[in-house]
Design a protein around this ligand. Sequence first.
Ligand SMILES: [Fe+2]
Length: 149
Amino acid sequence: MPDKITASEPWKSMINHNILIVWEPSYNLGIPIVDEQHRGIVSTINSLCYAIQYRHGNEMLRPVIGMVTEYTRIHFEIEEDFLKKCGYPNLEDHRKLHEELTNALSHTSHDSIWNKDPQEFLEFLKKWWINHICKEDRVFSHYLTKNKS
Ligand SMILES: [Fe+2]
């Protein structure tokens, strides 16, 4: 086994360039089921980024896009169920945000991946999820932490 990796090894540059969203501890809300799913979604987005970057064809892109959209749907369902059980008073507003994002996701994924530039879809996903995790969900996590009995 070599004791030092040289820059000439082709896979070394891949290590630094194929992650779109690097998970940061500040993304955690302190709600294990929600944090786990957010990490899972970020992971599926990074898989999609890899497939696009290395020009995999539709046979890989289709299931990975399916994974991103399906995971999103499941996450929203579980998050809404969790908030309902916690008696979160702004559940309806949060549900509307989920609905808007779900519609934008299916519209943008179709337009960007199949008709335009897939990079646009990746940028959309990154912006969208960072906003969801760091802003929208932080509103309910603050509320739940403040009202913890
Ligand atoms: Fe969420």
